[in-house]
Design a protein around this ligand. Structure first.
Ligand code: FAD
Length: 452
């Protein structure tokens, strides 16, 4: 490929196979992904993104977009083609007066938290600091503030987007409102988001951390966690996890964040902390960025990863029994089975107000296979797949876009649910040739299939 025309218009870095830095530039979080792009265009700003999109379009190149590189299915990369890499576009600017934040499209959650914390503010996002804020937000975005302040998309005020025809657009409630709607849950289908503006909230120190119990009481712990969450106030978000300690001991964990005052948090968490006899109660006041970083070490770069997940309307006793029994069959001490509960403010948004449709499905069960030896891949994938199958009778046949590994179209479509036809129409308007297709793809045609 003759990349000279791009080179003359580009200020960032360009990596071709064989170049120094090419192999590092094609590495992402999940070591199971081994793709070899024809060109990696690491952009320094919006002008580079525009130049790269034009070059890709004019040369008919398969195009992938990389933010934080945390998509489990490796959608940040493509074989051959071009990767438009935003990983150096990470600036964050807080407007103190308006309590808003503008982040560039390659910023990570850690970048965002670090800056907002200085101003005693926080934006609802996810739970691992190296995840990209753009990729996370385009899929919806759930984390420790989801019940109090909603999903990331519920706090999104505007986006700057480079479209497939190289235009630079603003998308917000009044300008390109159809695009703004689609960006809030429709994934990377509509353009490259070069910056995002969020409403922030006054969150500084939270009461949060881990409760650990031996695995043999997992059933009782998760039943109690379920009942506690069903009547918990919005200030409290908590997940349950079946996992192993560093020495391989099977455990059950509750990870909780109470984002109101510390004294109120102490009161609210009493019924959770008072249950049974935890081996460890490490719940304590901590700065919000520390809460956000708690689980980072559990998801290091360079391990093999494969995920399955399923959204549920309710979490029955039978489903909990199935979850606990499947955890016993876990094949790697690095794997985890996580029970997440959203609802609260996120659940009160109408399902067609944004492209994210699953406001009425607050339970997400995640089968996270993580291992180190690539030769063991089949057994770990089988465990995650078998878990999803086991829960199928309880499942709403729906998925979070952000949690989807490589899947066929009919599974991907369940992430868009009843919003798929409207998304397909917006796709047709802004990307009729399906230039942006290395994603959970919405086809630019009237769609036939719908989720729940
Ligand atoms: C360890 C881990 C923890 C996670 N925790 C959470 C969590 O707590 N909450 C949650 O909601 N999700 C979570 N996720 C899921 C995560 O939000 C998605 O995988 C998301 O796609 C990651 O975004 P990224 O920019 O890091 O990914 P990348 O792999 O870089 O990009 C993935 C896709 O996002 C799109 N994209 C990325 N950046 C842009 C951009 N600037 N413009 C247009 N499209 C773009 C593209 O389609 C791209 O193919 C987690 C994932 C991992 C691996």
């Amino acid at each position: 490929m003759d990349i000279q025309p791009l080179r003359s218009a580009f200020q960032g870095q360009l990596f071709e196979p064989g170049d120094t830095g090419y192999d590092a530039a094609r590495q992402i979080w999940n070591a199971s992904i081994d793709k070899r792009p024809g060109l990696i265009a690491r952009c320094s700003g919006v002008a580079d993104v525009v130049a790269a999109v034009s070059f890709a379009r004019e040369n008919n190149l398969l195009t992938a977009v990389r933010g934080g590189g945390h998509n489990v299915g490796g959608r940040a990369l493509c074989d051959e083609g071009i990767v438009i890499d935003l990983s150096r576009m990470r600036s964050v600017h807080v407007d103190m007066g308006k309590e808003t934040v503008r982040v560039q499209g390659g910023a990570t959650l850690g970048d965002l938290d670090r800056e907002t914390h200085v101003f005693r503010l926080a934006v609802p996002c996810g739970i691992v600091p190296k995840t990209g804020i753009a990729g996370l937000t385009l899929g919806g975005g759930v984390g420790w503030l989801v019940r109090k302040y909603g999903m990331s998309i519920d706090n999104l005020l505007s986006c700057q987007v480079v479209t497939a025809d190289s235009r630079v657009l603003t998308a917000d409630a009044s300008e390109n409102a159809d695009l703004f709607w689609a960006l809030r849950g429709g994934g990377g289908n509509f353009g490259i988001v070069t910056s995002l503006e969020f409403q922030a909230h006054r969150v500084h120190t939270v009461l949060g951390g881990l409760l650990l119990y031996p695995r043999n009481v997992a059933l009782d712990v998760i039943l109690h966690f379920r009942d506690f969450m069903l009547s918990a106030p919005d200030e409290v978000t908590a997940y349950a996890a079946l996992l192993h300690g560093p020495d391989g001991t099977p455990l059950v964990a509750i990870i909780v964040c109470a984002c109101g005052s510390i004294s109120e948090g102490e009161r609210l968490l009493k019924p959770l902390r008072g249950f049974g006899t935890p081996i460890v109660d490490a719940i304590q006041p901590m700065p919000m960025p520390a809460m956000q970083a708690l689980l980072g070490p559990s998801f290091p770069d360079g391990n093999q990863n494969y995920w399955k997940s399923t959204l549920q309307r309710e979490l029955s006793d039978e489903a909990i029994a199935a979850i606990v029994s499947h955890a016993e069959r876990m094949k790697s001490p690095l794997s985890a089975l996580v029970v997440e509960y959203y609802g609260g403010a996120a659940g009160r948004v109408p399902s067609n107000a944004t492209a994210f449709p699953h406001r009425d499905l607050p339970w997400d069960i995640l089968f996270i296979s993580q291992w180190t030896d690539a030769a063991e891949t089949p057994v770990h994938k089988d465990w995650a797949r078998a878990g999803e199958e086991l829960l199928r009778p309880f499942s709403a046949n729906a998925h979070l876009l952000s949690a989807l590994d490589v899947e066929p179209d009919d599974v991907i479509n369940t992430a868009f649910g009843s919003n798929l036809p409207r998304l397909a129409a917006v796709k047709k308007k802004y990307d009729p040739a399906n230039f942006f297709r290395m994603n959970c793809n919405v086809k630019p045609t009237p769609a036939q299939t719908e989720g729940h």
